[in-house]
Design a binder for this molecule. Structure first.
Ligand code: PAP
Length: 331
């Protein structure tokens, strides 16, 4: 469904009136309608919520930070646009996945209230860390947009965020990293980018249960176990299952391989330069493992998160996979 009304220009929300927290990396989080946003991403998300005009076939890749966004956008692009970009001619061979697929808040709406996105060839793919309630109105209302959500266990996410920030803050790698306890405490209280994490996950989970044709819910840990199965699942969900001919050619396997951690990490374009002007591209490919948290977090911390998971997700039917592997990280 496409909206026809004229775009609205939003006045900046008075972020100085919102509840705020300063993180150890100097990032400011502001609380808006119950969710914590990095301060400068709130206005872009509000603009996108109002002004984005969904088109049939649009694909939104949604996630909490460090849940596997880079991996999923690479897969969505390679699957949905394989006619245009077969794996051997993929733009992923020469650019970071998140340069090829832009984010609503970090790219398209960052500097413009109402960017012209009409020229992007269909199917258009966008990523976002927004919770479901903050998605563009036209996406939530449309029957013909597809949303793919990737959920990763909170322990690995917490560690991935921390290591990412340490690697990107000048001097932090060499200096003693700031104590983890305070940061962990905030995370457990839901003060986390686009958190509380349980609200974010449950928002998409509920939509998935209500409309599985529109919202696909993927677990990072399960996709690690069976990438090819997930490539097939995503292709079917997007309405472009592999043909018999493509199956014979091993297209799903080729796409899974192109988008694998090992392949992407070793592509020259992902080894140097910056994304969003600040983050080293290489730091989007750190370990890519399940259970890596046990190298960094104490058993007590894991227990604290388990208790939160038990309390928040009980009876919802989601299986948050902290217990998938608890060794030193597996491929
Ligand atoms: P973002 O939220 O900043 O966009 P995102 O791509 O969601 O980051 O997450 C990065 C994590 O996904 C990293 O996890 P780690 O710190 O535990 O290692 C990164 O290594 C992992 N990752 C990136 N690409 C892949 C991939 N192709 N397969 C599996 N994991 C991947």
């Amino acid at each position: 469904m496409e909206k026809t009304e004229s775009p609205k220009t939003l006045s900046s929300p008075a972020t100085d009136l919102l509840e705020r927290e300063e993180n150890w990396d100097n990032q400011i989080l502001v609380k808006y309608e119950g969710t914590w946003y990095v301060d400068f991403t709130l206005q872009p998300l509000l603009s996108a919520r109002t002004n984005f005009r969904a088109k049939d076939g649009d694909v939104i890749v949604a996630s909490l930070p460090k849940s596997g966004t880079t991996w999923l956008v690479a897969l969505a692009l390679s699957i949905a646009k394989r006619g245009l970009y077969p794996p051997g001619q993929s733009p992923l061979l020469t650019a970071h996945p998140q340069e090829v697929v832009g984010s609503l808040e970090f790219n398209h709406y960052l500097k413009h209230d109402n960017p012209d996105l009409e020229g992007i060839p269909s199917p258009r793919i966008f990523s976002t860390h927004a919770p479901h309630v903050m998605l563009p109105d036209s996406v939530r209302e449309s029957d013909n947009c597809r949303i793919i959500y990737i959920c990763r266990n909170p322990l690995d996410r917490f560690v991935s965020v921390r290591q990412f920030l340490l690697a990107n803050l000048v001097g932090m790698e060499e200096a003693a990293p700031p104590a983890i306890d305070q940061e962990f405490d905030k995370f457990c209280r839901g003060i986390d980018v686009c958190g509380p994490f349980w609200e974010h996950i449950l928002g998409y989970w509920k939509e998935h249960l209500e409309n599985p044709r529109k919202v696909l819910f993927i677990h990072y840990e399960e996709m690690k176990e069976d990438p090819v199965g997930h490539v097939n699942k995503i292709a079917e969900f997007l309405g472009c299952p592999f043909t018999a001919e493509e199956e014979k050619q091993g297209m799903a396997e080729e796409i899974a391989k192109l988008c694998s951690f090992e392949t992407l990490k070793n592509i020259e374009a992902n080894k140097q330069g910056y994304l969003h002007a600040t983050f080293k591209k290489s730091t989007f490919f750190r370990e890519g493992k399940v259970g890596n948290w046990s190298n960094y977090l104490s058993p007590k911390m894991a227990e604290d998160i388990e208790k939160i998971i038990e309390a928040k997700f009980k009876g919802t039917g989601i299986n948050i996979k902290t217990k998938f592997h608890t060794n030193k990280g597996t491929d």
